[in-house]
Ligand binder design. Sequence first.
Ligand SMILES: [Zn+2]
Length: 245
Amino acid sequence: MSDPQTALVISAHSADFVWRCGGAIALHQSKGVEVTVVCLSYGERGESAKLWKQKGMTLDKVKTERRKEAEAAASALDVHDIQFFDVGDYPLDLGRETQDRMVDVIRAVQPKWMMSHSKWDPYNTDHMYTTDFALTCRMMAQAWGHNPGQKVLGAPQLYLFEPHQTEQMEWKPNVFLDISEVWDKKRAAIECMQGQEHLWDYYTNVAENRGNHFRRNSGGMAGGRKATHAEGFQMVFPQTVDELV
Ligand SMILES: [Zn+2]
């Protein structure tokens, strides 16, 4: 038997993978691709306002709650493996030690594609530094001289998933993925994020709008392929193809 196909999502905080690529994760899992998610932090300081408003809240309690939510969401999406680096947030600590940890994961997973945030995010620099970090770690994992003896990485595509306040982020999708058949799983995962209930309907609307764009781009004015929900991505690297489609 050949090795299973794999993919890797690098999420700055423990909820980002749910809003931004939960559909891609569930869809690929259903196709037999084993998706690993790395959450660099729990978003415990910057993305947990609702928890912090509760009386007697502590950093450890917030982290525990956020971890439970992320694990429940990962289970709803059938995530193969979720890892929490717990390097703090606002800001993340993405120094050499974290890089080396990440490269070990990339080389162990050998993803056929990777996913991370937009290149620019002036509202949340954790997000854009995570993308820089993902590119740096991808480069390190490809270097034959880094930890010789480990299996070096090929050239997986890095897909940038959709940020919040899209128009402010210099993010422009060039791939739409039909996630209609796994939408129920994504919505179930979204509803695991109890601390950010204000985003549930927002990200449902995003998926519906991207579904419209999928239809428009798959079939023009005459009406394209039916898709109720979709996710948009921006590719960093060129595709290599045998034939134009
Ligand atoms: Zn985030």
